[in-house]
Design a protein around this ligand. Structure first.
Ligand code: 5GP
Ligand code: MN
Length: 338
C-alpha cells in the first residue's frame, strides 16, 4: 500500500463514517481476529462499524471480544444488506475475491462504494479502491497491525485489539511455526503482548477446547488416513455419516489435515470432508516446501489459498473425489519428489 493511499485513507477516516467489515465464508481465526481487531480500532475512532460474516464461525472462536456484535448474513440477510447499502466504506478482510463470501457475492458485486481490501492470499481481484495485498504476510491479522502502524496509531492498540490480532496470527501460523512466520511477526507478537494480549490464555482458549466427541472423530480420521509413499502424499476422508456419529460441529475437523503432514517424508496432505447439506466435498490441502497446493487446488478443485495451505471443493461423491485425486497425482510425481 502506497503512502498516497494511506494519506487518502487517513482523509476518509478523519470524520465519522458508516463502515462495514466483511470476511470470507466459514470464517477462521484470522478472519474473525482481523475483523474484530479492526472493528475495535475503528469504533475507538468514533466510526459506526458493523462486522458481517457470511455464516457462523466455529465454537472455539466465540469468546473473542466483540463476537456478540457480529451480524451473520445467513441469519439476517435483510439487516446485513441494509448495512452494506448504507456503508461509506467496506473493508474486505482475509479474502480477495467476492466469490469467497458465499451468498454475499452478488450484493458485494453490485455495491458501488469504496472498498478496502486487506488480505494475504494469492492472486487478488481488482474490485477495491485500495488494495493492501501481501502474500508474504503470515496473516491478515499481522496486516491489520501494520495498517494501524501505517496510520501512526500503534499507541491506540487496546488489550481487546491486541487479543483479536494475536488470535489470527497464532492460528494462521500454526502457533508461529509456518514459513510465513518472520522475525517481524515475532516483533508484532511481542508488541501485542506489551499491549495486553494474554498469550497463554489465548492459546488455551483456542486450542484446549476439545470435546470427547471431537477426540473420537479425530480417531476416526486417523483410522481413515492413507499414505501413498510414491507421491509423498497422505490423505484422510470423513463421510457425513462419520461426522454425524460423532456429533460434528463446525470447526471440529480444524487441524486434522496436519496429522498427515506430520508423517516423516510426507510433503502433501489432504483431507476430504463430505458435506451433504451443501452437496459438496470440502477439501483442505497442505504441503511442505516447494509444492504449491494453491496451484493444485486452482487447477483441479475450484479452490486456492496459499502456497502451502489451500482449500477447494468437489461436486461428485466422496469416493469419486478420492479416485479423481489419485488419478491426478502421477502428473505431479516430479514436483512431489523434488
Ligand atoms: P482451509 O483448508 O483451512 O479451509 O483453508 C486453507 C486456506 O485456503 C485458507 O487461507 C483459506 O482462506 C483458503 N481457502 C479455503 N478454501 C478455499 C476456496 O475454496 N477457494 C480459495 N480461493 N481459497 C480457499
Ligand atoms: Mn488468513
Amino acid at each position: 500500500m502506497h503512502t498516497q493511499d494511506i494519506t487518502e485513507i487517513q482523509g476518509l477516516l478523519s470524520s465519522p463514517k458508516n463502515i462495514v467489515i466483511v470476511t470470507h465464508k466459514n470464517p477462521d481465526g484470522d478472519a474473525i481476529g482481523s475483523s474484530l481487531g479492526l472493528y475495535h480500532y475503528l469504533k475507538s475512532q468514533q466510526h459506526n462499524v458493523t462486522v458481517i460474516t457470511p455464516n457462523d464461525c466455529p465454537e472455539f472462536l466465540k469468546w473473542i471480544p466483540g463476537m456478540d456484535t457480529i451480524l451473520k448474513y445467513d441469519h439476517n440477510s435483510s439487516k446485513a444488506t441494509s448495512k452494506i447499502e448504507a456503508a461509506d466504506l467496506i473493508f474486505t478482510l482475509d479474502f480477495n475475491h467476492f466469490s469467497r463470501s458465499g451468498d454475499m457475492e452478488h450484493i458485494l458485486a453490485k455495491t458501488k462504494t469504496c472498498f478496502i481490501m486487506i488480505d494475504h492470499h494469492q492472486q487478488p481481484d481488482t474490485y477495491a479502491s485500495y488494495t493492501y495485498s501481501d502474500v508474504s504476510m503470515s496473516s491478515t491479522c499481522q496486516m491489520i497491525y501494520h495498517f494501524i502502524e501505517k496510520l501512526d496509531d500503534l499507541d491506540k492498540i487496546t488489550p481487546e485489539i491486541a487479543t483479536c490480532i494475536y488470535v489470527g496470527i497464532m492460528t494462521d501460523t500454526g502457533s508461529f511455526r509456518f514459513r510465513s512466520t518472520t522475525s517481524t511477526t515475532h516483533k508484532v507478537i511481542a508488541d501485542l503482548i506489551d499491549h495486553g494480549a494474554d498469550n497463554t490464555k489465548i492459546h488455551e482458549d483456542i486450542y484446549d477446547t476439545n470435546t470427547l466427541s471431537r477426540i473420537e472423530l479425530q480417531g476416526i480420521a486417523l483410522n481413515n488416513l492413507k499414505v501413498i509413499p510414491e507421491y509423498k502424499t497422505a490423505y484422510i476422508t470423513l463421510s457425513q455419516k462419520e461426522l454425524d456419529q460423532h456429533n460434528f460441529k463446525k470447526g471440529d475437523t480444524e487441524g486434522f489435515v496436519n496429522m498427515g503432514l506430520s508423517i516423516q517424508g510426507i510433503v502433501f496432505a489432504v483431507i476430504f470432508i463430505e458435506n451433504k447439506g451443501d452437496k459438496i466435498i470440502k477439501i483442505s490441502f497442505r504441503s511442505k516446501g516447494d509444492f504449491s497446493v494453491n496451484e493444485f487446488s486452482r487447477n483441479h478443485f475450484e479452490g486456492g489459498g496459499h502456497h502451502n495451505a489451500a482449500g477447494g471443493r468437489s461436486n461428485i461423491s466422496l469416493s469419486d473425489t478420492v479416485e479423481k485425486f489419485i488419478s491426478i497425482l502421477p502428473s505431479y510425481k516430479n514436483a512431489l519428489n523434488q
